[in-house]
Ligand binder design. Structure first.
Ligand SMILES: Cc1ncc(C[n+]2csc(CCOP(=O)(O)OP(=O)(O)O)c2C)c(N)n1
Ligand SMILES: [Mg+2]
Length: 798
């Protein structure tokens, strides 16, 4: 259905066209002024939407309240057009103004042109998403806006097709919402782009995806990016006349105002009504100021190309069209332009002042304190000099003020003055305010306050295999909460490779419990998008080893979402996987440190058995935070007792469990090694050594009440044990306990770690034995620790 719409200009009213002209020109002016602000040193970096204005105005006309955008840094005009981004906010973000009222997208945490609307109120509760145009928070890595589009679009299908979801009116009206995606041409060379396009094609969610094609990705032209023209490459996704699954694909020139408007109207109407996705390849776009403030495009674009860009600049073409259609004269347009230039400059100046004024006030407060201190200091003259420099600094930033503070305190270090305490208190207040400005909202912390409710057993509690326990848990979860949907490879019909979801698709339907393609990145993206729209996805990554495919998007998008919007958005997606020891290189890794390092902002939970796993699912679903839950692969066949309250009991996060009491050495571990360490402890017990074994079970957050420290105070010896690489998660746990909890004070022996080898685990039982910590190694390591402390009592025997 590739179409080039031909629409008569008669359809347009002068008023509408001039409003669009004003909007386009104002946005362009913002780009021009924005670049100047960077080049003159007022802002650090700038990337703008010049050259892409017209298509975005057309896209905005098709966008409705309740819809979602997931796009990238070129979209300022669209954001202005839908009324979700003010020009003052545009400049505030450029300056990195760190207050929400001025910069509500990221509160100065992200660089300019990273758009976001607020889905949460000040208390962290959902607002009514149907009353606003929604933009999921932008990220810089190219194409990383694509995975979540899978879920943003698919959510509409779920809301339309699942009756139990009709009650959630603040998120959807019968699934009529469209997900609008935008991406640059060069970013279409990324794997995520194709994976997401394919996934949405399979799922048939209402996606309207725009590709802004300006022929370049920074300096690299399309011939080095793409095998062919994008329309041609994408043509295989075109649905047939017969209406099979697929896309409607449109190609429209980025300067053709009537054609753009018609294409977006068509695409969005069909997507909204019939849930047929569309791709709009917007070609012949330009980038008048070059890619960003980091360089100039004259260095890599030919003279002919630059000449063409001037002629085909969408604003130039729009102006020609407006005049040719006699909707306004050139003179009228000139006047409009002049007025806008003055308006933009006014907004800019006010935004700059709003950003600078509080900083100046803070400097003045410090200066006043310095005056006070100077009156009794022998360094009065130097303090006066420092103060004048402070107040005279035209480019003053908060870090400059802190440098001044340090210079003052160094000067005064050997003076005992009453005013010093005022200075110290002032700094404490500054530190607290800046911690809040830059470090707040990493998590919602809601999981920490889920009420404790322990597993209950009775004489009639049956003993089942581990997979049957999780299966009962998921059954209870799906029954009680219609917002929960579970999906992954082999999870639907088969009920997952270990049968945790066996029978659930039959019972709850193929939309609640579904199979996906082999596409880990967009399985996670599907979860992010669904969670952004109020659902509670459990997305399965089949094995922990394959988490690596999804780690980038988990890290760049999900884990830092709440932080980078300063509490404006949350996506409480649960990523379920299984791992640690089984067989061979790609089925028994335990790359937990990789996850720990990259996923700060998520809960990382490592239940030792299936009862604990279900308890964690219950906890996390009672909270609103994203979580990674890693089940123990070797635990599905082991028998456990089924709690009577399987659907209700919770396992608290951040609380380790002492699974074996002992007075001699504290063993800090998690996952499958809890069981193996317990076996080792029985042998050690026969040698007169009593290890205390602690199951950390929650790596993020980690032992929030310092329970491990209490054990260490008793044993004065500690071993950190796991299946990760040396210096991986064991090092993290050691840092948490010895530094974080101050455990170093209680050590009588050197702290030890025991982990897997540096290489990937080798295949077979022997390969596993020599790759991962085994019972013998644990026994020898702990005994060795005891031998060192008391060789007489613990003679070496190995
Ligand atoms: C994963 C990743 N690689 C590289 C970059 C650096 N980078 C930023 S924008 C860009 C070019 C993108 O070009 P295109 O998708 O055509 O968008 P345009 O800027 O032309 O609108 C590159 C390479 C990045 N942000 N992310
Ligand atoms: Mg480009």
């Amino acid at each position: 259905m590739a179409s080039k719409a031909k629409t008569s200009a008669k359809k347009f009213t002068r008023q509408e066209v001039l409003e669009d002209y004003r909007l386009a020109f104002r946005s362009r002016e913002a780009s021009l002024v924005g670049r100047r602000e960077v080049l003159s040193g007022k802002a650090k970096f700038g990337i703008f939407g010049d050259g892409k204005e017209l298509a975005q105005i057309a896209m905005a006309k098709a966008f409705r309240k309740g819809d979602f955008r997931s796009g990238y840094y070129r979209d300022q005009t669209f954001m202005f057009a839908i009324g979700e981004h003010e020009l003052s906010e545009f400049f505030a973000q450029l300056y990195a103004h760190p207050e929400l009222d001025a910069e509500p997208a990221t509160a100065g945490r992200a660089m300019n042109a990273h758009f976001a609307t607020r889905s949460l109120d000040a208390e962290g509760n959902w607002v009514n998403l149907m009353k606003q145009g929604n933009t999921s928070s932008d990220v810089s890595p190219t194409a990383s806006q694509m995975p979540r589009l899978v879920g943003l679009a698919y959510a509409s299908r779920l809301y339309r097709e699942l009756d139990d979801l009709k009650q959630f009116k603040q998120f959807s009206k019968n699934g009529n919402e469209v997900a609008f995606g935008t991406i640059g041409n060069a970013s279409c060379a990324e794997g995520m782009f194709w994976e997401a396009v394919n996934a949405v094609g399979v799922l048939q969610g209402p996606l309207v995806l725009s590709i802004w094609d300006d022929d370049y990705g920074i300096s690299v032209p399309n011939e080095y990016q793409l095998t062919r023209d994008l329309t041609e490459m994408l043509s295989g996704f075109q649905r047939s006349e017969g209406g099979d699954d697929g896309y409607d694909i449109y190609t429209v020139k980025g300067w053709d105002y009537p054609a753009l408007i018609e294409a977006y109207e068509n695409a969005a109407a069909i997507a909204r009504k019939d849930h047929v996705p569309a791709i709009l390849h917007i070609s012949e776009l330009t980038q008048p100021q070059g890619h960003s403030t980091s360089g100039s495009h004259e260095r890599y674009k030919s003279a002919e190309r630059l000449q063409w860009e001037e002629e085909f600049d969408c604003l130039v073409k729009f102006r020609e069209w407006v005049v040719a259609e006699e909707l306004a004269s050139a003179k009228e347009l000139d006047e409009i332009e002049e007025g806008i230039k003055i308006d933009v400059e006014g907004v800019r100046a006010a935004a700059w002042e709003a950003y600078k004024a509080p900083i100046r006030e803070e400097a003045q407060t410090l200066a006043d304190i310095l005056d006070e201190v100077a009156s009794s200091s022998q360094h009065a003259a130097e303090l006066e000099e420092i103060k004048s420099a402070l107040l005279g600094n035209p480019n003053l930033l908060r870090n400059d003020i802190m440098v001044v503070y340090r210079r003052v305190m160094v000067k005064l270090h050997d003076e005992s003055l009453p005013g010093k305490q005022v200075l110290i208190d002032w700094k404490k207040a500054q530190d607290a305010a800046n911690r809040e400005r830059y470090s707040s909202h990493l998590r919602t912390n809601s999981a920490d306050s889920v009420p404790a409710n322990s597993a209950k057993y009775s004489d009639s509690s049956p003993t089942l295999k581990g997979f049957e326990i999780v299966n009962r848990g998921f059954d209870a979860i799906l029954a009680r909460d219609p917002r929960v949907v579970a999906f992954g490879e082999d999870l639907g019909y088969l009920g997952d490779v270990n049968q945790g979801f066996a029978g659930m698709q039959e019972k709850y339907g193929a939309l609640r419990v579904s199979d996906t393609g082999i596409r880990e990145t967009t399985i996670v993206g599907q979860a992010i998008g669904l969670a952004l729209r109020g659902l509670r996805p459990i997305a399965e990554i089949q094995y922990l080893d394959y988490l690596l495919y999804a780690l980038q998007i988990l890290s760049d998008d999900l884990a830092n979402l709440h932080w980078r919007t300063r509490g404006g958005q949350k996506a409480p997606a649960i990523i379920r996987t299984r791992g640690h020891r089984l067989e061979g290189i790609w089925h028994s890794g335990s790359p937990m440190a990789a996850a720990l390092h990259l996923l700060r902002g998520m809960l990382i939970l490592v239940p030792r058995n299936m009862v604990q796993a279900v308890g964690f699912y219950n906890t996390v679903l009672a909270a609103d935070e994203p979580a990674l839950i890693v089940e123990v692969l070797s635990g599905y066949r082991l028998k456990e007792r089924l709690p009577d309250n399987i659907g209700e009991f919770t396992v608290p996060v951040g609380v380790p469990e002492v699974v074996r009491l002992g007075a001699d050495v504290t063993v800090v571990t998690y996952g499958p090694l809890v069981r193996i360490a317990t076996e080792a402890a029985e042998v050690l017990s026969s040698l007169g050594v009593e290890p205390e074994i602690i199951d950390v079970q929650s790596l993020l957050p980690f032992d929030t009440n310092a329970l491990i420290l209490e054990s260490l105070k008793k044993t004065n010896r500690i071993l950190f044990l796991d299946e990760d690489v040396p210096g991986g998660t064991t090092a993290y746990m050691m840092q948490q306990v010895l530094e974080g909890q101050g455990g170093y004070r209680w050590l009588d022996s050197e702290p030890r770690t025991l982990s897997a080898k540096e290489h990937r685990p080798a295949y077979g039982t022997d390969g596993n034995y020599w790759s991962k910590p085994n019972t013998e190694e644990i026994i020898y390591t702990i005994y060795d620790l005891m031998h060192e402390s008391n060789p007489g009592k613990y003679p070496r025997f190995f």
